[in-house]
Design a protein around this ligand. Sequence first.
Ligand code: FNR
Length: 369
Amino acid sequence: PPLDEILNLHDFEAVAKVVLPPKAWAYYSSASDDEIAIRENRAAYQRVCFLPRILRDVTSVDWSTTILGQKSSLPVYISATALGKLGHPDGELNLTRAAAKHGIIQMIPTLASCSFDEIVDAAQPGQPLFLQLYVNRDRSLTKKYVQHAERRGVKGLFITVDAPQLGRREKDMRMKFVDESGTAKVQEGQDGVKKNEGIARAISSFIDPSLSWKDIPWFKSITNMPIILKGVSTPSDAIKAYEAGVQGIVLSNHGGRQLDSSRSGLENLVDVVAALKTHMQWPNPNFSIFVDGGVRRASDVLKALALGASAVGVGRGFLYAFSAYGQEGVERAVEILRDEFEMNMRLLGAQTLSDIGPDMVDASGLRAR
Ligand code: FNR
């Protein structure tokens, strides 16, 4: 369908499913094991209700914010999703260019299809970018990569901590590495990775499973970028992260692609905020909580902000948008979210994001399952 018939972010998924090559669809849409976590990511948002306020003069409403000190036109950033060229020949550059046009922030994946420098070169002067980091077994390579990113102006380092081993995404694994004749090739690379276990496993063998809390001081010693741990679930790990001196965490189950049945970021948010409140001054300008997983509407974002998130990451929403329509698709996705923010904030009775607080939602449904 023409782009102006796309009315919400779900529509991009429906188009992507039809237009993407089966291998790409399998890699992008898959989640681990029985795909419980990915379903719960969506379901969690449906269990939080709004408590809107009336008669508050909502002629002008403003949903702009800052994320790690960087201006963003929406309280939403583009979360890292690997292998953008499976979906579109311009890959991640679709996101970079659309982000520039609409003033939002892209998180560059370690496993991007375009090279890191290609992406940074495609950005406008001063356009803020974040970097997602998979930590290499060879730390000297990681150090080089991080310091290069900082020199090139990256504004935040998101270290992925929920992937010491890649989850089993069976939809992806079933595609195998298929050759021209359509027969599956079973190969084993030098690294011992079986190349017949799907795209995800084939590309991720360099990731260091020995990564631990002991490494955090080292990361702090090699960079001045804010460090955020991506893939935190529990209050105790959130407190550990704060005490380790990082600048924030992403409550995330990796879009349901890692440990299946791990709770959604939104559900963990309530417990994590409650625990942090007993531990530190909250809200805290030096420690931010981000949430991702299943966010497809501005109303989802507003629920997470009400419960204490500073901003929210969207992965597949933007990935499907450029897979289906390239850069224009991503721009349309941002415009759709912008219109949704305007309407939802008016209907909620909020003029700015600082009006959005826990008194505007009923989250008891998260507990009443
Ligand atoms: C991801 N995600 C991810 N995260 C990460 O830290 N490094 C990575 O390389 C990737 N790659 C990746 C590929 C694909 C195809 C998807 C769908 C996701 C996870 C991503 O950053 C984010 O946590 C989730 O995508 C959020 O969930 P939604 O928005 O996709 O529901």
